[in-house]
Design a protein around this ligand. Sequence first.
Ligand SMILES: Nc1ncnc2c1ncn2[C@@H]1O[C@H](COP(=O)(O)OP(=O)(O)O)[C@@H](O)[C@H]1O
Ligand SMILES: [Mg+2]
Length: 470
Amino acid sequence: MIGRTVAKSGFTVRRNSENWSGAWGPPMSNVKVKTLKLFQKVNHFPGALQLSRKDCLWRNMKKMIDQFGRSEFNFTPATFVLPEDSRRLRKIFETHGGVWIAKPPAGSSGNGIHVVSKWCEIPKRCPLVVQRYISRPRLIQGVKFDMRLYALITSVHPLLVYVYSEGLVRFATSKYIRDVEHLYDRYMHLTNTSVNKTSPRFRPNDSLDKRKGNMWSLNSLWSYLASRQQADIPKLWERVKDIVIKTIISAEAKIVETSDSTLPSKYNAYQLLGFDIILDDDLNPWLLEVNNQPSMDPDTPLCSIVKGQLAKDFLNIVGFQIPDTIPAEDARYLMEKYKQSPLCLDNRLHEITLTETEKGKQDRFVNGKNRADYLRNILDTLTPDDVRHLIRYEDEATQLGGFEKIFPTRTTYDYHKFFDKPRYYNRLLDAWEEMYASDKTRGILRLQKLCEKKYHLPGSFAALDTPRDI
Ligand SMILES: Nc1ncnc2c1ncn2[C@@H]1O[C@H](COP(=O)(O)OP(=O)(O)O)[C@@H](O)[C@H]1O
Ligand SMILES: [Mg+2]
């Protein structure tokens, strides 16, 4: 889907190329990331394995549970990482038993997964993640399902998170039976499409609105649950967004640290994530795992529809600019064709080196204890670097498509306490939302006026006297 979408928008898709401007693939080594050119963008933040490796995800979650309590982070089933947690887990097996699901820490597509109820069924020699099995899932027509939701991170500092309003609901191909005799049946317990499409009972779906076959659109599920099972969907959606934000924040410090030490520019990376979430019989959402490269394969006609829209929308928000290295005659041709000037990426917009004054402002505002301290003054005098961050933020908001911005918003300040430490740009955007969320035009006008004076470009710091509020 990525290749098709990119080609449709006029880019050329190549397997190997020196001067590529966007790449879709597995994470690169940190050494390679350091050599990215300023006009290149990859689909992974260095360090994002902290979310997608099942053992790292759990360790990060455990840290949050220990610090903030289970009530704030009650959406991950209890998990053990073997071999280090072997003893504790064995004790639990001996005292409580129960049904568990064992997964390879870095696996995908259901590979190597077993549902077990006895200690002897757990492979002992290889690293493994063993998770409490949600054994009373919500069923539809007697069949288990889970949801694949998509979240997009366009920046980690500031943290900018979007969630896609459409998604996929993946059904198992055997009716669910709650009995340990049937734990071996992968078609009953796993909902991965890659597993179930090998079943002779697998039926694809070809429509966003039809509730048929082994895959539905997320919005079909919402309308089914609302109309047939009296579910409060707005409330459920809020809980899902809460899961996405908290999960990402749990790994934020490590991702920022790795990204800061490897990425040459803030332009270089974004991250699309696939969240696997299951509903239990009481309609509580549970996070099963996070995928750092969610499948974009058009497995079924419904997949093509949802993933095609998704690809278009996330590539638009992320925004690919034309490298400034293209031959002059190509640049002229494109300029005439698209009637845009200047056309190519201006690296000054992504400059990350700060002036002494900018550093001074950041130190002052990141150290304050209270929100009121920075809310009052952080926007009084915007620096060129502040303006660059704010224009990128507002630019993205014009390209949402089916995405909803979930962090930051005017009401997300409460999440700041979950961060490892306060960060300047998160505070800047919090204050920006507080001041302008109800009247974005006023904020954008303020930025426009500054940009007209080229205030946002590095080197123009002389004109610091920004009026308090234009
Ligand atoms: N804790 C759990 N309780 C119930 N079902 C689960 C649980 N964990 C995983 N599953 C089922 O197994 C499938 C695969 O697990 P997942 O963690 O997503 O690994 P993979 O990376 O192989 O997709 C899920 O889509 C879901 O159907
Ligand atoms: Mg999965």
